[in-house]
Design a protein around this ligand. Structure first.
Ligand SMILES: *Cc1c(COP(=O)(O)O)cnc(C)c1O
Length: 393
């Protein structure tokens, strides 16, 4: 695999590099100079903006989506012995949140084309211990929330939506994250909008919202962050052994300028999505499935599936070839049941989830950020085409 290739970019195209503009850089500087770095007015403003964007009553900013998922598990009442159905085709945080609450993640396979959790497999995995389902809107594609909510209602299960990929996602005109009991979002560096690290939990339920605030800040009574403000010192009561999950104003300073540009960034990714689809049409690859009618895709990941039956190159060799050409790539994901921890702890093995395995062996995520210039997009396409050119069986 060390044959020569014709072209190489001068600089490395970082996978998932965010677009950071002057306004947030200035806002961060202002925040640092203000002396109020921690949770404060900017976090509050970011929460209000997010409530408005999602059309929900309560949005609580946290330091990650992982934190939002963990608190959501506690809030829907997951206890030791409880089972929670999660897709095996997801990031580790989805399952780990269940484990941290004391529950057991029970994996379900995904659909081969949409890569989203398969409602039929959810129903097969339900036992008397099942308490909740965590659908993940994979790559920004809406899960089949009609079927999932129907199952949840019939079996009396809670639903926590992992919307780490899905800030802009809609299903039949309704925003992802508003179907279940809680919706969890991420502003990690590679996500559609960023705060460095950061997350948000949303709900229309006031009691759940208050629990997020209290559990996320040491279990201190609500609004304890205001204790140092100019309205005078306020005593708090610790009402629970909580966690340290609050977002800082330094992070929110970035978020309050990223969020207003979310639609602009989305349009740019939609454009790149269409350019990629057309460019790869005739290659021995599978491009993403068509977008389901009456849904809105958030265009978070562009995942190409190598048709390895027709290729003399495997996925890992392809990743190396892209890197050699100075193009950063990702893998979303190697299914969780193929990782040693879940195998050792829960007895999963290869063969358990055929669709997720098929994807795990073939998937490559291409650079897909709104930051990409036309030349970057062209470089990615050229590299893919060149690598695959002489590799068809
Ligand atoms: C990124 C991601 C998370 C975790 O988000 P953080 O903000 O990094 O904690 C959870 N689930 C999925 C599907 C993700 O992609």
């Amino acid at each position: 695999m060390t044959e020569q290739f014709t072209k190489k970019r001068n600089d490395f195209l970082i996978f998932g590099s965010p677009l950071i503009e002057d306004e947030e850089i200035e806002e961060v500087t202002k925040t640092l100079k203000s002396g109020w770095l921690g949770t404060g007015p900017k976090v509050h403003k970011f929460e209000e903006m997010f409530e408005q964007y999602q059309g929900v009553k309560y949005a609580m900013a946290l330091n990650s989506c992982t934190a939002a998922l963990h608190l959501s598990m506690l809030i829907v009442g997951i206890k030791p012995g409880d089972e929670v159905i999660v897709p095996t085709m997801t990031f580790a945080a989805t399952a780990n949140a269940v484990i941290h609450a004391g529950g057991k993640p029970v994996f379900a396979d995904c659909e081969k084309d949409t890569m989203n959790i398969d409602p039929l497999d959810i129903e097969r995995k339900i036992t008397s211990r099942t308490k909740a389902i965590v659908p993940v809107h994979f790559a920004g594609r809406a899960c089949n929330m009609g079927s999932i909510m129907d199952i949840a209602n019939r079996y009396n299960l809670k639903v926590v939506e992992d919307c780490a990929h899905a800030i802009e996602t809609e299903y039949q005109g309704k925003k992802a994250g508003t179907f279940g009991d809680m919706g969890c979002f991420s502003f990690y560096v590679t996500k559609n909008i960023v705060t460095g690290e950061g997350g948000m939990a949303i709900t229309d339920n006031e009691e759940n919202a208050n629990k997020v605030k209290v559990l996320g800040l040491h279990g201190m009574s609500k609004d304890a962050w205001k204790r140092f403000s100019d309205t005078g010192y306020k005593h708090y009561q610790v009402v629970y052994a909580g966690f340290k999950y609050n977002m800082m104003d330094i992070q929110a300073a970035i978020g309050i300028h990223q969020l207003p540009r979310i639609e602009k960034y989305w349009k740019r990714r939609e454009e790149i999505w269409n350019i990629y689809n057309e460019a790869f049409e005739d290659l021995p690859v599978f491009t993403p499935a068509p977008i389901e009618p009456h849904t809105r895709h958030a265009y978070h990941l562009y995942t190409l599936l190598l048709d390895t039956d027709r290729l003399k190159i495997n996925r890992d060799e392809f990743l190396d070839e892209m890197t050699r050409r100075n193009i950063g790539v990702g893998v979303h994901y190697i299914a969780l049941h193929l990782h040693q921890y879940y195998q050792k702890e829960f007895g999963y093995k290869r063969g358990d989830f055929p669709n997720a395995e098929w994807i795990s062996d073939r998937t490559v995520s291409l650079p897909f950020s709104a930051k990409l210039r036309d030349q970057d997009v062209k470089d990615v396409i050229d590299a893919v085409k060149e690598i695959l050119k002489n590799k068809v069986k």
